[in-house]
Design a protein around this ligand. Structure first.
Ligand SMILES: NC(=O)c1ccc[n+]([C@@H]2O[C@H](COP(=O)([O-])OP(=O)(O)OC[C@H]3O[C@@H](n4cnc5c(N)ncnc54)[C@H](O)[C@@H]3O)[C@@H](O)[C@H]2O)c1
Length: 266
């Protein structure tokens, strides 16, 4: 029996990488899925693929930092599917740059997507979840919430912010007794298109590519990068009743990166 039959899930940044794998996994478990992304064309392609495989799916072109768009998006979802049960606040960017060189505009844009976007996802999902009777909010943080990474200070700060935001919000919802659970996921190095074009936060610099698989081999105790599908399994778990007693908690999927130091590989 599918774990999410009758549920409606909304995935931000759903057109690529972890978001796309999550949307597909949620659909496989019977949820109706809203694929929302800044890249509306790719969101549409994925929604059509999911619908072609028999799922209920719709695409939305959305910038998670735009508050007006949020009100319209949730309204459109309730009109189409009648309810909202699951919010995967996944959209994010990783901007690279030394603090002394990063422009304030680049810092603010990253924080707006990674942190303001998470706030708005929750702000607009919760009233709909209360109307539905319960809900699960899944916030895509990172191991960057637990450990610093040189030249990724803004990313680390935004992901740590999203992490503790999830805990504070979980307590808020539990206190109200609205049956809305809030948890965060902390992937390590995952092989997705995110690494193909890392934007640089200093004015005039071209994006850089980082080889996620090489980094996985060198820096991850398990000796490899993770896959988006592995993260999607955690999303399904947190979305479903299998995690019914979990709120304000975190799931770490990092091949051992945050477990401690490893002897250097030869
Ligand atoms: N890939 C990793 O190694 C890794 C590790 C830890 C955490 N994460 C986090 O996982 C999430 C997904 O990352 P990914 O690796 O799948 O990246 P990705 O680049 O493959 O996908 C991110 C998606 O977010 C969308 N997006 C960007 N800005 C947006 C905005 N303003 N509004 C709406 N959508 C927007 C992009 O269009 C893209 O489709 C991010 O929050 C990222 O920080 C990734």
């Amino acid at each position: 029996m599918a774990k999410l039959e009758g549920k409606v899930a909304f995935v931000t940044g759903g057109a690529s990488g972890i978001g796309a794998a999550s949307a597909a996994a949620l659909a496989r478990e019977g949820a109706a899925v809203v694929v929302s992304d800044l890249d509306g064309v790719r969101a549409e392609v994925l929604a059509e693929t999911l619908a072609g495989a028999g799922a209920l799916a719709m695409a939305l072109t959305q910038d998670v930092t735009d508050e007006t768009g949020w009100a319209k998006a949730v309204e459109a979802v309730e009109q189409r599917f009648g309810r909202l049960d699951i919010m995967v606040a996944n959209a994010g960017v990783a901007v690279m740059g030394l603090v002394t060189e990063m422009t304030l505009a680049a810092w603010r844009r990253q924080t707006a997507i990674n942190l303001d976007g998470v706030f708005l996802s929750a702000k607009y999902a919760i009233p709909a979840m209360r109307r539905a009777g319960s809900g699960s909010i899944i916030i895509m943080s990172s191991v960057a919430a637990f450990r610093g990474s040189a030249a990724f200070s803004g990313y680390c700060a935004s992901k740590a912010g999203a992490h503790i935001f999830a805990k504070a919000l979980a307590l808020e919802c539990a206190g109200i007794g609205d049956k809305v659970r809030v948890n965060s996921i902390h992937p390590g190095v995952i092989d997705t298109p995110l690494w193909d074009t890392i934007p640089l936060g200093n004015a005039g610099q071209q994006p850089r590519r980082i080889d996620a698989n090489r980094m996985g081999h060198n820096d991850v105790p398990m000796g490899r990068a993770g896959t988006a599908d592995e993260v999607a399994e955690a999303v399904v778990f947190l979305a479903s009743d299998a995690s019914s007693f979990m709120t304000g908690a975190e799931l770490v999927l990092d091949g051992g990166m945050t477990a401690g130091a490893m002897p250097r590989k030869k």
